[in-house]
Design a protein around this ligand. Structure first.
Ligand SMILES: NC(=O)c1ccc[n+]([C@@H]2O[C@H](COP(=O)([O-])OP(=O)(O)OC[C@H]3O[C@@H](n4cnc5c(N)ncnc54)[C@H](OP(=O)(O)O)[C@@H]3O)[C@@H](O)[C@H]2O)c1
Length: 270
């Protein structure tokens, strides 16, 4: 049976999650409500997906929902939304995607609530990638997982790791896109037509990931096999080792994690 969902905030991330769940048949447009203070978003979500969208919350739909999503930003008035949920006797699960707002802060508004906080994976349209998930004891794991699995995979983590999860895991595709661009450009620089370089880069990426996964071997072991004495592979390896390749990625991840922490401090609970 379809999960009845109601979302506060119909922005980019909520749209991406609901679009994937709708495609998988986990939710139905007629039992998916969204409230957004922007009339443009309300019209867009109604016209595009036929969701039950409105600028004012529909409390009949909210109290009938299995899951309420808090999809606003940290600086928005999420506390008021929680208070209204309490006032209207909402009794099921709350799923927050608000960056930087902890389960404890959410629960401080309503300690009887079933609360799950996630950092959603952004590869929702291909339903791949992990969402980082923290939940309290009351959360309905079956409903939460059914919804989250419609747009990716679930990784239960300690809340202290959520900022790292965001800057490393959820921002992860960005690092891969950058690698793909650099690798393709390298092929073009060496004289290969761009389309062909792009095709080879993508296939190598896919195949190398599959090989690491299927062989169970550490990538260093696979490099040892490929890098024979005085050969092509070890010559390239030498240049990579001399470059800032590893440090560049490491520094980018650390900067992304720090930025996540900074943004989290903007939340209304502090
Ligand atoms: N986008 C991502 O890839 C991503 C990934 C992981 C986590 N997140 C997190 O998810 C949260 C939402 O991000 P987003 O990118 O989806 O932001 P967004 O597109 O700006 O969506 C937030 C929406 O909520 C509306 N809103 C604000 N206060 C409201 C209220 N009280 N009631 C109803 N609607 C309200 C906003 O309207 P106005 O614009 O008119 O104010 C906006 O349309 C953030 O905490 C973000 O950090 C996002």
């Amino acid at each position: 049976m379809a999960i009845k969902i109601y979302a506060f905030g119909g922005g980019q991330m909520v749209e991406a999650m609901l679009r994937a769940a709708l495609k998988k048949g986990i939710i139905k447009a007629e039992t998916t409500g969204v409230t957004d203070i922007s009339a443009d978003r309300v019209n867009y979500l109604t016209d595009t997906y036929h969701f039950q969208a409105s600028q004012q919350p529909d409390w009949t739909a909210i109290t009938a929902a299995d899951l309420v999503i808090l999809g606003v930003r940290p600086q928005d008035d999420w506390q008021q939304i929680m208070k209204e949920l309490v006032n209207h006797d909402y009794a099921k699960d709350v799923l927050s995607i608000i960056a930087g707002v902890t389960v404890k802060q959410l629960a401080s508004q309503a300690d009887r609530f079933a609360i799950t906080r996630i950092i959603p994976n952004t590869l929702t349209d291909v339903a791949m990638g992990y969402s980082g998930v923290v939940k309290n004891d009351r959360a309905n794991q079956t409903v939460i997982e059914e919804f989250l699995n419609s747009f990716g995979k679930v990784d239960y983590i300690d809340e202290s790791l959520l900022d790292v999860f965001t800057g490393y895991g959820v921002a992860g595709p960005n690092y891969i896109y950058n690698f793909l661009i650099s690798f393709t450009n390298a092929g073009v620089l060496a004289g290969m037509p761009r389309q062909q370089a792009n095709k080879l880069a993508l296939e190598n990426l896919r195949a190398a990931a599959a090989f690491v996964e299927q062989s169970g071997k550490h990538p260093a072991e696979l490099l040892d096999i490929n890098n024979s004495a005085g050969g092509v592979g070890i010559t390239a390896q030498h240049e990579l080792d001399k470059s800032s390749f590893s440090a560049g990625i490491e520094n980018a991840v650390l900067a992304a994690v720090n930025r996540t922490k900074e943004l989290g401090k903007q939340n209304k609970g502090d």
